[in-house]
Design a protein around this ligand. Sequence first.
Ligand SMILES: [Zn+2]
Length: 508
Amino acid sequence: MGNSFAQQFENLFIETEKGTKSISAWMREGILYVSIAEFAEALSLNYFENETTGKVELKSNYYLLKTSTNNPYIIVTPRSGGTPKVYQLPASTYLRSNKTFIPFPFSLAPLEIIVERELEFKKPNKLIVGKQISSPIEDKKWMYDIPDLPPTTGYDITGISITEKVNGTLIRVHSKSVIPSYYSSFENDELTIIFRKVNADVQKTSREGFSNLIKKIETRNVGADVEFKFKVGNEYSTSEVMNVPGSNDIVITIHNKIFSKTDQNKKNIEKWNFDVVVIDAGHGGKDPGAIGIDNLKEKDVTLAIALKLGELLKKEMQDVKVVYTRKNDTFLDLYKRGKIANENNGKLFISIHCNSTKKKPSDPSGAEVYLLRPGRTEEAIEIAETENSVIKYEDNPEKYEKLTDENFILVSMAHSAYMKYSEKFAELLHKEFDVNLKLKSRGVKQAGFYVLVGASMPSVLIETGFISNKEDAKFLKSAAGQNQVAELIFSSIITYRKYYEDAMNAEL
Ligand SMILES: [Zn+2]
């Protein structure tokens, strides 16, 4: 078994005086996520879950708890009326098999209110339901209180900015005040978002006729709230609403469909054929990457594996074109790697790297697969920083925007149309490594890598092993080791291609 941080199935054991029940949970990035519907069921709470929108409501005698999928908020409202309390969680909820999963250890405070009992979470997966809380909403110290809104001078929401990307549109709602909560719904090609307890400059936020995807934005102030209505085209696929860290602004992303049922002509169907794989050998030329045991250079290992993988593809998958970002020991700007991939209409982008610790020799060992997403663990951030530091060798490093949390949201959301496919490939690769690689497989992780930012296609970054570890280095330096890594990547491509093509046939 690999040490997989992403998507490891667990149970949460709930202990009450009546006995123990277990419900579904998943471990992702070291955080235990629990199905909120199953939680409600286990504790006999009334609940409502909309499997399409991911909206969930839990009801107790006195309170109503609301959350929805891909949302970092849990809102608790007294049923007798009164101000909703908003909890901002450090991680978002997510949808899995039509169920909304909440980051459990962070959700205890609002859950205590709805359960009206003391809750004690014991790592890794036990919950003890304790004694009754008489008036939970007064007794509890709020994790995040809604700041008092300043007296309104003018408008809270002062404008919007719209960025069209290849695979969707980003709308940033500029707000001078904290937006305490929002609700969104989608019906009849219309996305409605209600921002609670703020008002908007209607003139500056209503727009028409500027995009194929978003035909019209209509804003109106309704009582204490603002309602935004987005009329969207039939290319619409999904949307997400998120707050921007360190700001009062909200970002709404509307994704277009990767595959469109309206594009029935041959040319467009061909557009999605699995016909080009882009292989990116990390580093090169004046940038050696990490330096490992016995002066082993990351750039040499990555190139060797890239070329071996390319040869396999050319031989065994002749209908697929192989594009290398580099074929020899040359330096290449990070952004150019994504550019090459896009210009060649790649259907899969694989960036090959080696990990290393500062200290050598050292114990950490094994392969990891990375997806482009805001990195949450210290370790992932460190690796991303090391890989991103390549830009110091470039002529114009200032062209890279700092990958702040905000930028991360924007770029990773722009990627999310492909995320399902990137995740699938990463998962297949991890499984293949886990079963067959001589080195251990450390699982699928997420972090922010510039090299993945630029590629508009499903993409992963592979840290093939630690060249700071004696055994890993020996393996990765050897032709046999390099061949094995290349072969396992190749066999994951075969499985992935089948999945991709089936998905395509289903969508077209
Ligand atoms: Zn690297």
